[in-house]
Design a binder for this molecule. Structure first.
Ligand SMILES: NC(=O)c1ccc[n+]([C@@H]2O[C@H](COP(=O)([O-])OP(=O)(O)OC[C@H]3O[C@@H](n4cnc5c(N)ncnc54)[C@H](OP(=O)(O)O)[C@@H]3O)[C@@H](O)[C@H]2O)c1
Length: 320
């Protein structure tokens, strides 16, 4: 089988299409033939050596959908041919992979492969942000950074489903209609800081209840300034850069949070419950992930280069 492998950190070109022995499932593992792998910004962090918990050589990618082709000892409840999805399993840019059975969920029949792959990491993250990090309810105004991106579009849709108002931020004019189509009430074009005055204008001078900020250090200070008193700054994009500050610099009694999707999905029961919530929203047509581009797995470097250029919208997928 072939996989995308990196043996040194660097640009997209360090990923090489490598022939490797087919993996053999160990006890408790399942061999899966990849159907579609999702691209996440985290994969760029892995490739550049900024993502914690990875070592070289590595096969990037943490999510996908595929088909069970063999069962390791002790696996119960899954059969050959089952369609399964996973998130946060390292090494998903591969034609075949051995995945612990406890990391797999069955995909409902009404959810196509590509849709399922698109909502594993980004759907669970947006679900976390709109429930546990800041429970969205009618009357809440949320700022969503990279509102035409993978997490951003799902986040926008989930905020609208839960009755909130969305002020999206995108870096380019051409992304405005994409964010609006997902339900954003207002869209600001900005590629770093400097959007806080416009947020204040749009909120009658009050500021937003919550800012979902995946933009790292560049957007951090303006996000704080865009909040109302006691607002919540959900800083969820540390791979884009981490600012330095002391607690006394936090204005207006705002609350600073660093949400990690793994805390939303700490165990198997949560994985089953959370993915069921997201698949249910998809099944009811309330969450419609936007597939921005599909690339052959062997050309994953193109997907990474595009993602880093900030020209992409929605979810990028890799097909084996
Ligand atoms: N905390 C967690 O558990 C968790 C889980 C999943 C994802 N994340 C984070 O969520 C963020 C979005 O991830 P995603 O996979 O959905 O990616 P994405 O939003 O599809 O793509 C990244 C977007 O971020 C914006 N951006 C700002 N600065 C950038 C830069 N220096 N390089 C590239 N893009 C930049 C771009 O939108 P504009 O050009 O429109 O600004 C770009 O389209 C990332 O920070 C990721 O690490 C965190």
């Amino acid at each position: 089988m072939h996989a995308m492998r990196i043996s040194e950190y660097g640009g997209p070109e360090v990923m090489s299409w490598t022939e490797l022995p087919d993996p053999v499932p160990g006890p408790g593992e399942v061999l899966v033939r990849l159907g579609v792998a999702g691209v996440n910004y985290m994969d760029v962090g892995v490739r550049t050596g900024r993502a914690p918990g990875w070592s070289l050589p590595a096969i990037p990618g943490v999510e996908g959908v595929g088909y069970v082709t063999a069962l390791g000892d002790g696996v119960q409840g899954l059969a050959i041919g089952d369609r399964v999805a996973w998130y946060y399993h390292q090494g998903s840019y591969a034609q075949h992979l051995a995945v612990p059975a406890e990391s797999l969920v069955r995909v409902p029949a009404d959810v196509p492969d590509e849709t399922a792959a698109a909502v594993m990491m980004q759907g669970l993250t947006a679900n976390h942000l709109t429930t546990e990090t800041y429970p969205i309810e009618p009357g809440v105004t949320a700022v969503v950074h990279a509102a035409a991106g993978g997490v951003g579009l799902v986040l926008t849709q989930l905020i609208k489903v839960r009755g909130g108002t969305v002020i999206g931020v995108v870096s380019r004019e051409e992304k405005v209609p994409v964010a609006k189509e997902a339900g954003a009430d207002h869209v600001i074009v900005s590629s770093g800081g400097g959007f806080e005055d416009r947020v204040r204008e749009l909120t009658g001078g009050e500021g937003a209840h919550v800012v979902y900020d995946g933009g790292g250090a560049a957007t951090f200070r303006s996000s704080l300034s865009a909040l109302r008193r006691h607002g919540v700054h959900a800083f969820y994009g540390p791979l884009m850069g981490v600012p330095t500050l002391t607690p006394a610099e936090l204005p207006n009694s705002v609350l600073l949070s660093h949400p990690l999707v793994r805390d939303h999905v700490p165990d198997r029961a949560a994985l089953l419950a959370r993915t069921a919530e997201v698949f249910d929203l998809v099944g009811k047509g309330r969450l419609r992930p936007v597939i921005g581009a599909r690339h052959p797995l062997a050309e994953a470097a193109r997907a990474h280069a595009d993602l880093e250029s900030r020209r992409t919208v929605g979810k990028l997928l890799l097909l084996p």
